[in-house]
Design a protein around this ligand. Structure first.
Ligand code: NAD
Length: 407
């Protein structure tokens, strides 16, 4: 019997999880869908044969007439996580929840507590824990072959395109609609660093601000929209270049029936939020941030969130007592101090594989195993995920107050 699931929020992430459902109809069946956007709701509903009466515009309508199912998959924007997740777990659904968990630490704790009391699981989608590259790093550190971890420096390269698309012009550009940028973008990184060390964080300190994407930095003569800007061709942040010439970051542009992707890009550039000048948006999230963490066993970690780079990947240097591990999402170079030998693990080819090298699909696979009561490697349950959220919330407090925070 396939597990029955309800999809809430049929955007980018849900399409990924539903790819798993399409490939494994014996394991999972979509029985209801909640999505305000007509095109998205009906496209996914039609693909999986969801009856019209099980397609809902708002989750309040769904929870007023809940369709029986084993689990809810929740991929709404982060300001719409807490309420539907609480309703789902109170009604006894297991939940696969996109990160970040919620918008405050108290909400995260409420959700974990309510799930425990109702005997259901909430699994948070920390994709790095299922990714072959990061699993290998974890295995190398946790094996103990290179001794004990002393310090780590880690950089999350968000990159210019992702940042201007999502954090300056787009969905995550205002903190009140989501979360502090560190949590929104780097909770995976903090989770990864706590996971590989297996230690709790004791103190945090953080710095950063919205330094560049502000109106006073707009070059002379810049227009409000890139499509009308005389500086197009010279500006590194041009929306015309990103969406029209390079055709990047357009996978989330919905194409209504009878129109083409060109029509949609043209409309977005002329009228939509994604066509705006990066210096004249309503963004208020930081554009650079650094975090220092002190963990148990005196481990020290420094981390930066870097937007101003074309290298949109993570780099990590792990210094241990008997060796060091240097990684850049493509290769892992391990140096053993005793032999002075180096070993290189090359994952470049694997990175070409879609769905974060299959890690997104693994999240679904393990979640479904867990709700069937089978043995699983599901290791991103809410209680563990909360540790990374705690660090990010307190880092934000540190950034705003200028203090080091003891957790
Ligand atoms: N794990 C990862 O690697 C990863 C990557 C990107 C995004 N995310 C997270 O996934 C979540 C969704 O992101 P996305 O990229 O899929 O965004 P998206 O905008 O593509 O999809 C969100 C969908 O939710 C719908 N929605 C909005 N309000 C709703 C409501 N009240 N009820 C039901 N549906 C509603 C929107 O119409 C949209 O279709 C966010 O929390 C985001 O932070 C996680």
């Amino acid at each position: 019997m396939p597990a029955s699931v309800v999809a809430i929020g049929a955007g980018n992430r849900m399409r990924t999880y539903m790819h798993y459902a399409a490939e494994h109809p014996d394991e999972v069946k979509l029985v209801a869908i909640v999505e305000p956007d007509d095109i998205r709701r009906n496209t996914m509903g039609d693909q999986f044969g969801v009856p019209m009466e099980h397609r809902f515009v708002h989750y309040n309508d769904f929870f007023a007439n809940p369709v029986p199912a084993d689990a809810v998959i929740l991929c709404t924007p982060e300001n719409e996580h807490y309420k539907p997740c609480m309703k789902a777990i109170e009604l006894g659904y297991h939940v696969l929840l996109e990160k970040p968990i919620a918008q405050t630490l108290q909400e995260c704790l409420d959700m974990a507590d309510t799930a425990r009391r109702n005997g259901v699981i909430i699994s948070v989608c920390h994709v790095l824990r299922y990714h072959p590259f990061f699993l290998k790093v974890s295995e190398l550190v946790r094996s103990g072959n290179l001794g004990k971890v002393i310090s780590i420096s880690h950089s999350e390269g968000v990159g210019l395109d992702r940042a201007t698309h999502g954090y300056v012009r787009g969905t995550w550009n205002r903190e009140e609609n989501g979360n502090p940028m560190l949590l929104a973008k780097c909770c995976h990184d903090v989770d990864f660093l706590l996971w590989i060390t297996g230690r709790r964080c004791l103190k945090v300190s953080s710095f950063g601000s919205l330094r560049w994407f502000r109106s006073e930095n707009a070059p002379e003569g810049a227009a409000d929209r890139c499509v009308r800007c005389p500086l197009d061709g010279k500006c590194p942040y041009s929306a015309v270049d990103l969406y029209w010439r390079r055709r990047d970051w357009i996978s989330n542009f919905d194409v209504p029936e009878g129109q083409t992707i060109e029509d949609v890009i043209r409309r977005e550039l002329n009228e939509g939020v994604q066509g705006r000048c990066v210096y004249r948006c309503d963004n208020n999230v930081v554009d650079h941030q650094a975090l220092m963490m002190e963990l148990e066993d005196d481990i020290v970690i420094s981390m930066t969130m870097d937007i101003f780079t074309l290298n949109d990947y993570r780099t990590t240097k792990i210094c241990l007592t008997e060796g060091e591990i240097v990684c850049d999402e493509h290769t892992i170079t391990v140096t053993d101090f005793r032999t002075r030998r180096q070993q290189v693990f090359d994952f470049s080819e694997m990175l070409e594989q879609p769905y974060h090298a299959g890690a997104d699909l693994k999240i679904m696979e393990e979640f479904l195993r867990a709700i069937r009561g089978e043995e699983t490697h599901l290791n991103t349950l809410i209680d563990e995920s909360i540790q990374s959220h705690l660090v990010c919330y307190e880092a934000e407090r540190s950034r705003l107050t200028g203090q080091t925070i003891t957790l």
